[in-house]
Design a protein around this ligand. Structure first.
Ligand SMILES: *Cc1c(COP(=O)(O)O)cnc(C)c1O
Length: 402
């Protein structure tokens, strides 16, 4: 293909845009990962990640894998073959994690939910109350279902589990939530949280993060699933010294140090606010187009990705391919059940207002070119209006007049 001038507008919900300073931080020569100075790089990373997970007591593991490896580590370290787990399925990612649990030989009780909704805490509570013998060892929930743009309420799920008085562990996939929308490992008493590098952490793919509670670490000894590469124990043996049981992804670790610095400088609460504003502006555009989100109601709205339903009779895949070919804009595809039905705008990671307006504008042009009956400029105007009234930077408290 001929050279394409200007930049590609990357608006898939992962991999996300990597800040220039993070890219530069990764441009380092290869080094000895067993050198005496390597721990100077690595030890603070565990501490930095703990702040992002909002945990004091949890232990963080870093795997040279994508998020899927984190899923496997979570299950393989804590469960035995035939153990029962409860999961809710309402999109491609909750489907894949459920499927993994089955393929690993677990006894999976699946709550099927309509795509466009999420994990229903009241149904989880019911299932746990019904499980008088406490056979369910873990509840698995996808915090932010990236395929449909749906966020489930983890705090409410924890409440429901407590109300049921059930001892099951709480496992949460926050791959496309962590570092972008609120996540509270300790407060929500999460036992195992999984994330990855290429979404809210603004890095290339290649690191899987798992945060584990002391309670989950303790049950581990009895767990009988086979594990080697993902065994927490090998990391427990080496991480305290700043080392890993095998070659870590050194350049990504340099990037992680820089992305954690970016997060620290902006502040998690400011980051959550910015994502909420950019998501709300996107939703204002969708409203102005007269279109609907895949998410069925505001209860489920995700602040990191919007899955937008193409009107009846329009192939969403064409909107996506035309946006890419004609306008150099990468929109997220519809996955599995919603293929051809939705296109997704990822508003996650290192983004600001004008970048988002570029994506909204490109999506609008691609829809118009594909014969979608929307008013030209309507989405952009609505988003502009919202953004002018709602700064992405949290307002400082106005100083009192003297
Ligand atoms: C991206 C993603 C994953 C992990 O995918 P990888 O490609 O293995 O990194 C898992 N869950 C959710 C919700 C995701 O968005």
């Amino acid at each position: 293909m001929a050279r394409r001038p200007g930049r590609n507008f990357l608006f898939v919900p992962g991999p996300t845009n990597v800040p220039e300073r993070v890219l530069r931080a990764m441009m380092v020569s290869q080094e000895d990962h067993r050198s005496p100075i390597f721990p100077e790089l690595t030890k603070p990373l565990f501490e930095g990640l703990k702040k992002v997970f909002k945990t004091k007591d949890g232990q963080v593991f870093i795997f040279p894998s994508s998020g899927t490896g984190g899923w496997e580590a979570a299950l393989a370290n804590t469960l035995a073959p035939g153990d029962k787990v409860l999961t809710a399925r309402f999109g491609q990612f909750s489907h894949l994690w459920t499927d993994m649990a089955m393929r690993l030989g677990l006894d999976v009780q699946v709550q099927e939910e309509e795509w466009g909704t999420g994990a229903h805490e009241e149904k989880i509570e019911e299932a746990l109350v019904a499980d008088k013998a406490h056979e369910i060892k873990a509840v698995m929930v996808v915090h932010n279902e990236t395929a449909t743009g749906v966020t489930s309420n983890i705090a409410a799920i924890r409440k429901a589990m407590d109300a049921a008085g059930h001892p099951a562990l709480l496992f949460v996939d926050s791959v496309s939530g962590l570092g972008s929308i609120d996540f509270r490992f300790d407060e929500w008493k999460v036992d195992l949280a999984v994330s990855g590098s290429q979404k809210g952490l603004m890095l290339p793919a290649g690191l899987g993060f798992v945060c584990v509670s002391q309670k989950a670490l303790a049950v581990r000894k009895n767990a009988g699933l086979n594990r080697v590469y993902f065994d927490f124990q090998d990391h427990i043996n080496t991480n305290p010294g700043g080392y890993f049981p095998y070659t870590p992804a050194t350049n990504l670790l340099h990037g992680l140090r820089e992305s954690l610095a970016c997060i620290e400088e902006e502040g998690l609460e400011n980051i959550f606010h910015r994502h909420h504003v950019l998501a709300s502006a996107t939703r204002a555009a969708v409203d102005a187009w007269g279109l609907k989100l895949c998410a069925k109601s505001p209860r489920w709205h995700s602040d990191t990705v919007s899955a937008i339903l193409a009107p009846e009779g329009v192939d969403a895949a064409k909107i996506i391919s035309h946006a890419y070919n004609r306008y150099n804009l990468a929109l997220g595809a519809g996955l599995s059940k919603v293929a051809g039905k939705v296109f997704r705008i990822g508003h996650i990671g290192d983004l600001n207002e004008l970048m988002l307006l570029g994506a909204i504008s490109g999506a609008e042009m691609s829809m118009l070119d594909n014969g979608v009956k929307i008013e030209a400029g309507s989405g952009v105007a609505a988003a502009q209006q919202y953004l002018r009234q709602n700064p992405i930077e949290k307002q400082e408290a106005t100083p009192k007049a003297a």
